[in-house]
Write a protein that binds this ligand. Structure first.
Ligand code: PXG
Length: 290
């Protein structure tokens, strides 16, 4: 049996899972999404992802025509249907089909919901053993007064442009700066630095409040590691003892070189490794079972 996709209340074969070319999600990037992961049949931080999805939707005045409980159940049902133990889950709500023109009121038939679940494509092992070599993107992060970074929308062009800057320099990730030169985040990951045993990450008003980032902060608090949100300039990243990125796909991945400069001793840091071990432990216990 091939993979089934949940599409507006039905399960359809992946080849038949299609949406209209008139969907404003496609025409204008008008929609929201979540990338979620399951570990050994436990969906990690599912409630937090659902909360963020509904907050993103509310921020763009997109009505999700399903209750949070019903949509949560649909995620679990999709995983069961596909019998996936370790999965990547992509949950998407679009504005739905409507006439041309960006007025969301044109989408009278309401939002469209789909859930793709698939085997997780893990990052190469060498990323974790050697650490990433990343660069600063030339492209600046959208000004917060234009697009709130906490809306996880389908409009990722800003991040894709930064990703292209990274690709040009053969880097697997790129740091995005705000228009006034503060470190915001990477194209699909949050960033942390470690200095003299304390953890720092950019404030949430200039970057997405990552669910992995919050899990790391929670772990650090339990381990009595000092840390806080802080405005960070690139000089502080170059001068850090350790640097790492967090994200649903990456989990916690060490960074050992930034813009050609070696970070710390050039190897994945001790605190980074300790946090990753604790994070793995958390994924084994913290989640919704299916
Ligand atoms: N910043 C940005 C801009 C992101 O898109 C994160 C930080 C990390 O957040 P989480 O909540 O995942 O810790 C993200 C997350 C994908 C994909 O398929 C992208 C993300 C997450 C999962 C999958 O591109 N981005």
């Amino acid at each position: 049996m091939g993979l089934k996709v949940y599409l507006n209340g039905k399960f359809v074969d992946r080849d038949k899972a299609k949406i209209s070319v008139f969907d404003h999600g496609l025409l204008y990037g008008d929609g929201v999404f979540e990338g979620i992961r399951s570990y050994s049949r436990l969906v990690f931080k599912l409630r937090e992802h659902m909360d963020r999805l509904y907050s993103s939707a509310a921020a763009i005045k997109l009505k999700v025509h399903m209750s949070k409980a019903a949509l949560t159940q649909a995620v679990l049902d999709t995983l069961n249907k596909n019998d996936l133990d370790n999965a990547y889950i992509r949950l998407v709500v679009t504005r739905g089909p409507g006439d041309l023109g960006l007025d969301p009121r044109k989408c009278r038939r309401g939002g469209r919901v789909f859930i793709i679940t698939d085997k997780i494509a893990l990052y190469p092992k060498k990323y974790y053993e050697k650490g990433l070599h990343i660069v600063t993107a030339k492209t600046r992060k959208n000004y917060v007064g234009a697009i709130d970074p906490n809306i996880k929308s389908l409009n990722y062009l800003n991040n894709i442009l930064a990703k292209l800057d990274g690709i040009k320099k053969k880097a697997p990730e790129a740091i995005m700066l705000t228009d006034n030169n503060y470190v915001a985040e990477c194209t699909g990951d949050n960033i942390f630095i470690v200095k003299r045993g304390a953890l720092f990450t950019p404030p949430r008003n200039i970057s997405l409040k990552g669910i992995t980032q919050q899990a790391v902060i929670e772990i650090a608090r339990r381990k009595k590691i000092k840390g806080r949100e802080k405005n960070i300039r690139m000089g502080k990243v170059y001068d850090a003892d350790e640097c790492f990125l967090t994200g649903t796909a990456a989990e916690i991945v060490p960074v050992t070189k930034v813009d050609g400069r070696i970070i710390g001793n050039g190897k994945p840091g001790r605190m980074t490794c300790e946090l990753h071990t604790a994070f793995h432990k958390l994924t084994k216990t913290d989640g919704v079972r299916y």
